[in-house]
Write a protein that binds this ligand. Structure first.
Ligand code: GLC
Length: 736
């Protein structure tokens, strides 16, 4: 009897186990992803495949309901998770559970020069995307800062390809650890908003490979980005969401990208090109497929019925659809169908702390004559806060990166919270720029003020006159024509008469601190009239707290500029050589490699503030750089050490920058280029030996005649400095 029971039980267990092993391969996450992809593909019908390669709603694309393969849900943007929208609308849907943490703009992240902050940023925003069940985050953006007029520079990481490369990789990795794909954008050469859907960019291969591609290449090859977004503009006459040179030849061919290529919204306009030029997922096409159009017309998309018809008629080989679906299934298995991925979290105190830390590390102290800053609260009775940007909501507006934030601490509130009742804080508007910021059906607080500039200036000067400190808080905002998607600025200067106001304030009080909120450089005609200037970016939910902590010295500023502040537009290559914003939708980047400090140094043009500039409340001295050998063997590495000491009485962080210049080269090269940096923590009096390694790769330039990166033997100079223009030591070496 016992024996029979035993046999029955083991038979039963065997059946269960067999049933288990019967799991279809695509559902069995013990199987390699590529095997699961092939299995899933083999089970899909042609119609199911075609549904997968185009949007089904504003921000989603179909899965396979029959097979239990989930849909793909995308969300903007690089600074936080966008509010939920209606199926086929841009406006928010009025949900009550989607108010997110607003993180600082990516110019601020770049200004931290701290890859750990990029990792923290990616982790935090990835957790928010995951919690909101989005498996693709439409960010980060890494387009190079070519002109200070570009409306979207605030979403990007500055003018230098090396800095942007070092900062984008940890962000991508942090996001993707949550089982959410980063979608690095806008690939490529989308360096302005004027005519962004039309302009055809012509640029030489050296500038393309040395300046405009590196951050995308790092995101793909080091960050292992799972998706990339094509850009609206054209390159070599092809629209970049259907561009064979960028998507087939470079992205897939040279970099081995195995993720999914997503179009920008409305970036596709031709079925054949979208099929054969490397696009995988078509989004946002004007919904009648041709122009602005009827709603819910997703079957009219270029990769929808038109594609299905071509496949069914045999005019297009089924392999073309399979290639795309493989890339999308790989995205799905890496995200929605990864059973081990975490569950995220949303708008938490931890994310608030992360936002504040990134903001505090990104704020840049540009000028601090006679150590006006930090504010000495114990010796202060009155602080005058002047300016619209002290009270204006900045999380709403600016285009697709606009957010419905859980909260936003304004600069004025941050300062008031900080100083408490000990100090009298009096606010005056100073200037009235915009009335109400609106975006996606979200409306910012109404700050309408109809008084005349004369009245506003008179009030501001009266409030400022008796104060111990005047904090002028101005800059740009995210309205059209300032820092905003879809339009560029028309000029370098500040809007709304701020320059005149700053000068008026400087006449009635010698302690005017100018705080600029912006994602771009601005002209400063009053620069010699004020003792202190702070660049404080768009800092998101924790803006006021971070700014107040820095202004009062609770945090010692350590940010440095990720782009040059020019004195005037004609000091910028894109403007000097006259091609920006292009003519008849044709634009040639005549300045080539010479973007930002590369242009300034080639042409010996002194900037207002140089790339890599940023002050501290303490001082740092640099000792002599010591190099491990005078010649670099072709296969080896050199180490360079430089002692850096904090000679002040406050702990601080210093960003030590290493640039390399090639004395003689067969092709023209910039005077020097950023090749490494270290952000070091130093206690008062502490000295650290900061070490760098230099390898042959750091010496290479892209030879467009050979289409390869080469290093030529000869003499090189290492420049070690506190900014691109503040070089503290140099040392030469040879490449044999
Ligand atoms: C926009 C932007 C892109 C954004 C997308 C979805 O036009 O160019 O950055 O992610 O459409 O909103």
């Amino acid at each position: 009897m016992k024996k029979t029971v035993l046999i029955i039980i083991s038979l039963f267990v065997l059946t269960i186990m067999q049933a288990q092993t019967k799991l279809p391969v695509y559902l069995d996450d013990s199987k390699p992803i590529e095997q699961r992809i092939e299995d899933a593909l083999s089970r899909m019908t042609l119609e199911e495949k075609v549904k997968m390669v185009h949007a089904q709603s504003k921000f989603s694309s179909a899965g396979v309901q029959r097979l239990g393969i989930p849909e793909n849900w995308m969300s903007d943007g690089p600074h936080g998770i966008r509010a939920e929208v209606l199926w086929d609308e841009w406006n928010q849907a009025g949900w009550t559970n989607d108010s997110c943490m607003a993180f600082p703009a990516l110019t601020c992240l770049a200004a931290t020069w701290n890859p750990e902050m990029a990792a923290l940023y990616g982790k935090s925003i990835g957790e928010e995307a995951r919690y909101r069940n989005k498996n693709v985050l439409l960010g980060p953006g890494v387009n190079i800062y070519r002109t200070p007029l570009n409306g979207r520079n605030f979403e990007y990481m500055g003018e230098d390809p090396y800095l942007a490369s070092r900062m984008v990789v940890p962000y991508v990795q942090g996001v993707q650890k949550n089982g959410v794909a980063a979608c690095v954008k806008h690939f490529a050469l989308n360096n302005q908003e004027v005519d962004r859907n039309l302009v055809n960019v012509t640029v030489d291969d050296r500038a393309l490979y040395e300046i405009y591609l590196p951050a995308f290449k790092a995101a793909v090859m080091e960050g292992k980005a799972w998706s990339i977004m094509g850009s609206y503009n054209r390159y070599k006459g092809q629209w970049n969401c259907q561009n064979e040179y960028l998507l087939n030849d470079i992205l897939r061919g040279e970099w081995g990208f195995d993720g999914a290529v997503v179009s920008d919204w409305g970036g596709v306009n031709n079925t054949e090109q979208a099929i054969y030029h490397g696009l995988d997922m078509e989004f946002g096409t004007w919904t009648n497929g041709l122009s602005e159009g009827k709603s819910n017309a997703y079957d009219d998309y270029y990769l929808a019925d038109p594609f299905l018809d071509l496949l069914k008629s045999g005019k297009v080989n089924p392999e073309e659809i399979d290639k795309k679906v493989r890339n999308i299934l790989r995205l799905v298995f890496r995200t929605n169908m990864d059973k081990n991925r975490p569950f995220g979290s949303f708008a938490t105190p931890e994310h608030g702390l992360a936002a504040r830390q990134i903001a505090e590390e990104g704020i840049v102290l540009l000028k601090n004559a006679n150590n006006v800053l930090p504010i000495r609260l114990d010796a202060t009775k009155k602080i005058a806060v002047i300016g619209e940007n002290a009270i204006k909501m900045m999380t709403i507006g600016g285009g697709s990166s606009s957010l419905k934030a859980k909260y936003e601490i304004s600069p004025l509130d941050g300062i008031k919270n900080k100083v408490g009742t000990a100090v009298h804080v009096e606010y005056a508007r100073g200037y009235a720029g915009e009335k109400i910021a609106k975006q996606d059906g979200l409306t910012a607080a109404d700050i309408t003020d109809n008084r005349s500039p004369e009245e506003l200036t008179a009030e501001a000067c009266r409030v400022a006159k008796e104060a111990d400190y005047v904090l002028f808080i101005g800059g740009l905002n995210k309205h059209d024509g300032q820092d905003s998607e879809g339009a560029d600025r028309k000029e370098l200067g500040l809007p709304y008469g701020q320059d005149q106001l700053i000068s008026a304030l400087a006449k009635v009080n010698k302690n005017v601190v100018v705080v600029i909120l912006s994602g771009n450089a601005v002209a400063m005609p009053w620069i010699n009239e004020v003792p202190a200037i702070v660049e404080t970016w768009y800092l998101g939910s924790e803006a006021g707290n971070a700014l107040a902590n820095v202004l009062t010295g609770d945090v010692n500023p350590s940010g440095k500029l990720p782009f040059t502040f020019p004195v005037q537009l004609s000091d910028v290559g894109a403007h000097k050589l006259g091609d920006y914003p292009g003519k008849d939708y044709e634009e040639t980047y005549h300045e080539g490699l010479f973007v930002g400090y590369r242009w300034n140094e080639k042409n010996k043009i002194k900037p207002l503030f140089p790339f890599g500039h940023g002050l501290s409340y303490t001082q740092f001295t640099y000792g002599k750089s010591v190099i491990s050998a005078k010649s670099l063997p072709a296969d080896g590495q050199l180490t360079l050490t430089v002692p850096v000491r904090n000679t002040g009485n406050k702990a601080g962080k210093e960003i030590v920058q290493l640039y390399i210049g090639d004395e003689k080269s067969s092709l023209v090269r910039p005077v020097k280029e950023l090749k490494s940096f270290r952000k070091v923590d130093l206690a008062p009096g502490e000295e650290k030996n900061v070490a760098f390694t230099v390898s042959v790769d750091d010496l290479k330039f892209f030879d467009d005649t050979k289409h390869e990166w080469i290093a030529e033997p000869g003499k090189f100079t290492v420049y070690v400095g506190a900014s691109s223009a503040d070089i503290r030591s140099t040392v030469d070496f040879e490449l044999k």
